[in-house]
Design a protein around this ligand. Structure first.
Ligand SMILES: Nc1ncnc2c1ncn2[C@@H]1O[C@H](COP(=O)(O)OP(=O)(O)OP(=O)(O)O)[C@@H](O)[C@H]1O
Ligand SMILES: [Mg+2]
Length: 463
């Protein structure tokens, strides 16, 4: 069985692991059915009515319920519905008496796996229960694999810092509209993650999210790659090909490294944004139905000033702008990210969950993370692979990180729109750090009284 499975499911080949519940209001039926299934090495629970049955399902992992259709109080069909609600992967087999076959057939539509007719034949009920168990096993395994894949592929945005929360607030506000979003930020800060987040929260979530890295595609083919081409549009275009705009139809097109676009492609992109239409190479005009999210780690405004990026395109893209903050400006997120990546990579490497030792965590907090979250992720992956013990110590970190010294910055940068409260908190903390922890000196530098700095520090988060 897969070691990935979280759900209690059984291998139908081994019937001693199979747990079933028999429900019947007739005690003698329960006794004889118990005997039959116990002889098959199954674990058997019995219940005289629906209430008792549900209690057993709630407290024991039941794979298959075999229930009488006609019982005083709750009928087998009502019990079936309740079972499915309580535990959707538990399979139900109904026992029907003469004249109730039609009801049983109806119950199949409500999710019953099978029905067996009374008088019961030993072989027939054992076979039906076994087949139901097999199906339960496959469904439970399938579901747990799907959960596992989702865990590995969907990436949650981890972090509690105010700067990150501000980014997510803007992303949440922007998501439902089809406005263009421009995501700025250093390399590895999670720009693509934010783009996927916006898409996931938008009305286009069930349509494609198509990403294209404008820097990675040679200039000569970028246009065809974006807009597609007709057959014979240029040498080598042996057949018609859809571009990314067409592939993202109804969804979101993520233009990564937009700062690298050549002037000719900039013009074409501007046209799509202005007119909502484009021409595949060698083809005729097509309507564009995509939401554009663009990202760059360049200072796009400076690129405009330097004449490398069209100003009109910049304004078209810059409808809603968010800046993914560098990791060193939100160190309070580091422990959360460390925990997240450790969990992820221990699991991926099929090893027990590692812990992190105090001095190692201190270095992770001191390091300046020029490669931001991506660099932290790589460091944690490396540690999860290389660590020989049960906890990560200084020796499991790369030398550059293990020797990190927290530098006192002499200036701080804030993104436009940073909440004032956060600006104040960071300014006070960094000044205090710069003053070597001397609060009166920091207060003097900030032009506030010592009492004020004490009061302000009291109300602040620890890190
Ligand atoms: N807040 C976060 N929580 C969890 N994972 C994160 C977070 N931010 C970034 N990551 C992870 O860090 C890695 C880099 O993120 P991403 O690719 O989104 O960055 P980027 O800003 O697009 O980088 P680049 O500019 O180099 O393309 C990814 O594996 C991503 O899942
Ligand atoms: Mg990226």
């Amino acid at each position: 069985m897969s070691q990935l499975s979280h759900q209690p499911s059984i291998d139908p080949a081994k019937s001693e692991e199979l747990t079933i519940l028999v429900v019947d209001d007739e005690p003698s039926n329960l006794t004889s059915l118990r005997k039959i299934f116990e002889r098959e090495n199954m674990r058997v629970f019995t219940a005289g009515g629906a209430k008792e049955a549900l209690e057993i399902i709630r407290t024991h992992g039941i794979q298959v319920v075999l229930t009488d259709l006609m019982m005083p109080g709750t009928t087998g069909v009502e019990l079936l519905r309740a079972v499915k609600q309580l535990s959707s992967t538990t399979e139900v087999v109904l026992m029907t008496a003469y004249g109730t076959v039609e009801t049983a057939v109806g119950a199949m539509r409500d999710g019953a796996y099978d029905f067996v007719e009374k008088p019961l034949k030993r072989m027939a009920i054992v076979k039906s229960v076994r087949k139901a168990a097999e199906r339960q096993f496959l469904l439970a395994e399938n579901r747990s694999l799907r959960q596992e894949i989702q865990l590995l592929t969907t990436r949650k945005i981890i972090g509690q810092s105010q700067t990150l929360r501000h980014v997510l607030d803007v992303a949440n506000q922007a998501a439902p509209s089809s406005a263009t979003v421009l995501i700025l930020g250093e390399s590895g800060t999670g720009k693509e993650l934010v783009a996927r987040y916006v898409h996931g929260k938008s009305g286009r979530a069930d349509r494609p999210f198509v990403a294209i890295n404008c820097a990675a595609i040679p200039e000569t083919i970028l246009e065809a790659e974006l807009f597609g081409h007709e057959r014979g549009a240029f040498t080598g275009a042996v057949s018609k090909r859809e571009g990314r705009f067409a592939k993202a139809r109804g969804g979101t097109l993520f233009l990564d490294e937009i700062g690298e676009l050549t002037p000719s492609v900039q013009v074409k992109l501007l046209r799509v944004l202005q007119e909502g239409e484009y021409e595949p190479v060698g083809g005729s005009t097509v309507k564009a139905d995509v939401r554009i999210i663009a990202a760059t780690n360049r200072d796009l405004k400076a690129e405009v000033e330097a004449g490398r990026f069209r100003e009109d395109l910049f304004y078209r893209l810059n409808v809603i702008a968010v800046t993914a903050p560098p990791l060193r400006s939100r160190r309070e997120d580091i422990p959360l990210l460390v925990d997240h990546f450790l969990g992820l990579y221990c699991k991926k490497n099929a090893r027990d969950r590692l812990t992190i030792e105090g001095p190692a965590m201190e270095k992770l907090l001191d390091y300046s993370w020029p490669g931001n979250v991506r660099e932290l992720e790589n460091v944690m992956e490396r540690a999860a692979v290389l660590c020989r013990g049960t906890s990560i110590g200084l020796t499991d970190l790369p030398p550059g990180v293990a020797e990190a010294q927290l530098e006192a910055p002499t200036s701080i940068e804030f993104a436009i729109g940073t909440p004032l409260e956060e600006v104040e908190q960071r300014l006070i903390k960094e000044t205090l750090h710069h003053a070597g922890g001397d609060k009166p000196l920091a207060a003097q530098l900030l032009g506030i009284s010592t009492r004020t700095i004490y009061r302000k520090l009291e109300g602040m988060p620890i890190i």
